[in-house]
Write a protein that binds this ligand. Structure first.
Ligand code: NAD
Length: 274
């Protein structure tokens, strides 16, 4: 269903790896709502070729950029502005990667070299993207930037490892740059804190399936799907949310405000034979 909420708007979507990716669903929904988009991912991820299907379906060019490279990001903005013939209205940062998790390093045995890369890819890349746009004056007045995050930034989920710290930093960058870009050009910057979702990045977390079920049972509305997250992103890119900025917005079916649920208590009681 399209209400043309993004008619005439132009955006960059980072992070669509395959059709499970949250960014993939966001790209589809933005296209459905009338936006023109450019897709970007790390060159190594693009070699898998999946993204070309999305490009075809959404009529979007694909421009490779490793978000740890300032040059790559500058070229991406240049190419995008040439393609659109002007400024950009929205950006989705849907990027995460933990080297310590990949290398099976427990939080208490952190490799700090890996950790620096994790923070660079997963958090400071948001700063780099926004700063590049800022320097090039690439974002239009009342533009909107959204980055995806997870509640491990506020509460401990032991197996989320160093990504908890990365997400805390990401959310802080959104707030801090949100102030400056708001003052300069009314550009809003927010993070959306999404339910656990079965994707390539999500499945990298140890015990992910059990965890997905736990979150589902804890949330009065159940886990939010990737499609629902995409709808929320569309609303954040639309003109209906112009005064929302510097926020961490929970999109989690109520998980973040639930202490315990009846379903979980019943499961525990059944285990105890009560
Ligand atoms: N899946 C979940 O449970 C969940 C929950 C909350 C938040 N998130 C967040 O949502 C975002 C998207 O993740 P996803 O779950 O859709 O998984 P995904 O694996 O589909 O997406 C992660 C993307 O990051 C990209 N990426 C990694 N390194 C990069 C680099 N150097 N340069 C450019 N791109 C790079 C990957 O190629 C991939 O497209 C991430 O920020 C993730 O932390 C995911």
């Amino acid at each position: 269903m399209s209400n043309n909420l993004l008619q005439g708007k132009k955006g960059i979507i980072f992070g669509a790896l395959n059709d499970q990716s949250i960014a993939w669903k966001v790209a589809e929904k933005c296209h459905e709502q009338g936006a023109s988009i450019v897709l970007s991912n790390a060159p190594i991820a693009m070699r898998m070729g999946e993204i070309n299907k999305l490009a075809e379906a959404t009529g979007a060019p694909v421009v490779g950029a490793d978000v740890t490279s300032a040059d790559d990001i500058k070229k991406l903005f240049e190419t995008t502005m040439n393609h659109f013939g002007g400024g950009i209205d929205f950006v989705l940062h849907s990027i995460g990667m933990s080297l310590n998790v990949r290398k099976n390093k427990h939080y208490t045995e952190m490799d700090y070299g890996f950790n620096q890369k994790t923070l660079d890819i997963s958090a400071m890349s948001l700063h780099r993207v926004i700063k590049t746009a800022w320097d090039m004056d690439a974002i239009n007045d009342w533009g909107s930037i959204v980055a995806l995050t997870y509640i491990a930034a506020q509460r401990v989920f032991p197996d989320y490892n160093e990504m908890a710290d990365a997400k805390a930093l990401l959310e802080s960058v959104a707030r801090s740059f949100g102030y400056h870009y708001g003052k300069r050009k009314n550009v809003r910057i927010n993070t959306i804190s999404q339910s656990p979702t079965k994707t390539t990045a999500g499945s990298g977390i140890k015990g992910f399936d059990g965890f997905l079920t736990y979150a589902d049972k804890m949330s009065p509305l159940g886990n939010a799907s990737a499609e629902a997250c995409a709808d929320y992103c569309v609303s954040m890119f639309s003109d209906l949310t112009r005064m929302v900025t510097m926020q961490n917005l929970f999109h989690d079916g109520g998980f973040s405000n639930t202490g315990v649920s009846v379903e979980l208590m019943e499961m525990v009681e059944a285990q105890l034979g009560a």
